[in-house]
Ligand binder design. Sequence first.
Ligand code: HEC
Length: 253
Amino acid sequence: MKKFFITLMMVLLPVAVQAAGAKVPLDNIDVDHTDKASLQRGMTTFVNYCMGCHSANYQRFERAATDLEIPVEMVEENLIFGNQKVGEQMTIAMSPADAGNWFGAPPPDLTLESRLRGDDWLYTYLRSFYKDDSRPWGVNNVVFKDVGMPNVLEGLQGVQSNHCTPEELLHQEKKIDPLTGKTMGGCLTLSKKGSQSAEEFDKTIYDLVNFMSYMGNPVMLESKRIGTNVLIFLAIFFVFAFALKKEYWRDIH
Ligand code: HEC
């Protein structure tokens, strides 16, 4: 019995440790790599709004064009701004050293960011900038306190104000309205309108995070397809293996 309890404690310890860290509640996103139109819109937003500062060094333009079903010429004409070739990686000209000086921290490469932080975190982060005049860029972020990144999507989203204490901000309870299914409450409210409505902006970020999730795991669809085929093969193979086993053991009793 004592051994059982010691084992139980050891199994539960990591859970307890995790629960102790302050966790901001994250909004949920279900990415869909089969939705090519969403991925294409996401790539457009990424190239236009993020690649000024962030690279995606492990992603090639051409591979994205193929996977997202965008004609290569269209990528060359509309999504590559420098003199890069379509076969090259999505690098940027800004040097990390300069960027570190300008922003306090260099903007990290974003190819694998969705694997590092998770899609829910990204979806919440990009929608959680709020006005904070004590910060160098005039904004702070709920899930990334004192972030060094300006709110580059402010033109689309508008300006959000926070009306909670820092402590409340971390534990803000968002409730789902049972009638509309939308989230209500929370600490942030829109104090200046942007060019998109709240729903449109959520959609823009959905598409953007969908694309970043694709970059982090470009073979997700392929592995699901192969995985299903392997399981089907195993199921069929089981019938033959079982028949063979019966044949071998028939006379041994
Ligand atoms: C003006 C430059 C700039 C632009 C444009 C920009 N960022 Fe950033 N970003 C930064 C900087 C600087 C940091 C580092 C912040 C820090 O560590 O405090 C950062 C950090 C991040 C992080 C957190 C990285 C981590 O895990 O620590 C994510 C995610 C991110 N940016 C996503 C984006 C996305 C998506 C876009 C496009 C919509 C974008 N950024 C556009 C400058 C920029």
